[in-house]
Design a protein. Structure first.
Length: 484
């Protein structure tokens, strides 16, 4: 009886979280970047905040030319497993490269090997289609020039109705000045003349705040991929030297701070231009603390029943608790929580259910979305053991039979594969053949040694499941294909 009470509490905890997440109203944003160091930090900060859904990232001319910037952006997203966020590059708009281009090219955003810049839509077309697709107005965050959003307006002025606001990092507005303005004055003047709501974010009336060694150390201590990416890139020799001589500054980072903590800023409006405003950071002593808070956001757990998900190893069985810290360190708290709940829901520690949990989380990671946002079609059928994949898929995605958001095909043979659809994009994830061969070989060996469905067989399966749980990385074990 005690076991079932615990199970019920866990399920209530999880699905309460699902419904809480699915009821949140997310802010849909497009990020336009020129791929400078502060842009890397800003993108990481925005990705850290769960109330934001990044629906596209485009690159403009600035610190890097747009195509080189796109390579950086795609390498960054791939390192997070967010390849499903649409990206594209725009046109070159300045004659002379800035003096910091060489440094910007050296900064590590992610592994650039095998990153391609082939695109179906250029930046302005991607901006237009992203705005048209959304039901609610979109915010466009510009960390460089306004070239891409200006070109989008020239192609289709009607997108104005789908834009809530443009948030632009720049020194000044009315009078207009600053590096991002100077890169493409014509584009800036065009956007400023549209009457659309624009908020310029700047430093404290010209006072620039340094990115310090203390802040870097604080970021290094945060165990999230976004924080670790900033730490890794800023420990590079060239970038770190800039920190040591107090030359690296907090610029575009202020856009993310404004988005999450607008109370730290003072906003000035213009009587002549009622839809234009500029916001300056006032509480400069709070900047480092708030950056750390944002990057720590996805470490925080929102739950209904528990204050936090049980993380004391002594609460788990001996064969699991000895690997708990290693699993969390390697795969993260989210995967740990999901697979714990999957095993309780599934009523035994199973191989295919764990694979399904990893698969569903990988699909969410690909699109960078939360629970209860995917439609899932499973090819695992309804006959164990492969059909056990379905339990992991339900727990990891929040797509359930009750919601009508998961279904199984009648296709034979059953295979460890599922199709995931988010908005207008579908992808298939399938366990790679060499991993599946390992599973089938190990199960066959267990049957040979212990017989089918004996106590010793189930103990053998449990050991295998724990081993796969620990050793198999969700970013490596699946083939991912985009379905046109």
């Amino acid at each position: 009886m005690k076991k079932y009470i615990v199970l019920i509490i866990l399920i209530i905890f999880y699905y309460s979280s699902v419904f809480a997440d699915s009821s949140k109203i997310k802010n849909h944003i497009i990020i336009d970047t020129d791929a400078a160091a502060d842009d890397l930090r800003t993108i990481c900060l925005l990705l850290s905040f769960e109330e934001i859904e990044v629906i596209a990232i485009t690159t403009s001319d600035g610190a890097l030319i747009p195509e080189k910037g796109l390579i950086k952006v795609r390498a960054l997203l791939k390192s997070f497993g967010h390849e499903g966020i649409p990206t594209s590059f725009g046109e070159i708009s300045q004659l002379n490269p800035p003096q910091w281009r060489e440094l910007s090219q050296k900064i590590y955003w992610g592994d650039e090997n095998l990153i391609k810049t082939t695109i179906k839509r250029n930046a302005s077309d991607l901006i237009i289609s992203s705005i048209d697709t959304e039901e609610n107005p979109v915010t466009v965050i510009c960390l460089g020039s306004l070239t891409n959003i200006s070109n989008a307006f020239l192609i289709k002025p009607e997108i104005k109705e789908g834009i809530e606001q443009i948030v632009w990092y720049n020194n000044s507005i009315h009078p207009n000045s600053g590096t991002n303005y100077e890169i493409d004055k014509k584009a800036a003047e065009n956007i400023l003349s549209t009457g659309i709501r624009i908020n310029v974010i700047g430093n404290s009336n010209g006072k620039v705040i340094g990115f310090t060694e203390k802040l870097l150390q604080s970021i290094e201590a945060i165990q999230t991929p976004y924080a670790q990416k900033i730490a890794e890139s800023h420990r590079q020799n060239e970038v770190y030297k800039m920190i040591q001589i107090n030359h690296l500054k907090i610029w575009d980072d202020l856009v993310a701070l404004y988005w999450v903590y607008p109370q730290l800023f003072e906003t000035k409006t213009f009587e002549k231009y009622p839809n234009h405003s500029i916001s300056w950071i006032l509480q400069t002593n709070k900047i480092e603390e708030r950056i750390v808070e944002i990057l720590s956001y996805k470490n925080d757990e929102t739950s209904i029943v528990f204050k936090q998900f049980p993380d004391n190893p002594h609460l788990y069985r001996d064969d699991v608790n000895q690997y708990m810290n290693k699993i969390i360190e390697k795969h993260g708290k989210e995967e740990w929580k999901i697979i714990v709940l999957t095993n309780e829901f599934h009523n035994h520690l199973g191989i295919y259910s764990i694979i399904g949990a990893k698969m569903g989380l990988r699909a969410r990671e690909y699109f960078n979305i939360g629970l209860d946002e995917l439609l899932v079609v499973s090819y695992a059928g309804s006959r164990p053991p492969i059909s056990c994949l379905n339990d992991g898929l339900q727990v990891s995605t929040g797509a359930t039979l009750g919601h009508g958001t998961i279904s199984t095909t009648k296709d034979l043979p059953q295979i460890p594969k599922a199709i995931f659809t988010f908005k207008n994009t579908s992808i298939s994830l399938q366990l790679k053949q060499d991993y599946w061969d390992i599973v089938k070989k190990d199960i066959k060996q267990g049957i040979k040694q212990h017989g089918l469905l004996t106590n010793n067989y189930w103990l053998f399966i449990r050991k295998l499941a724990i081993r796969y749980w620990l050793e198999w990385c969700r970013k490596e074990i699946f083939n991912i294909e985009i379905i046109d």
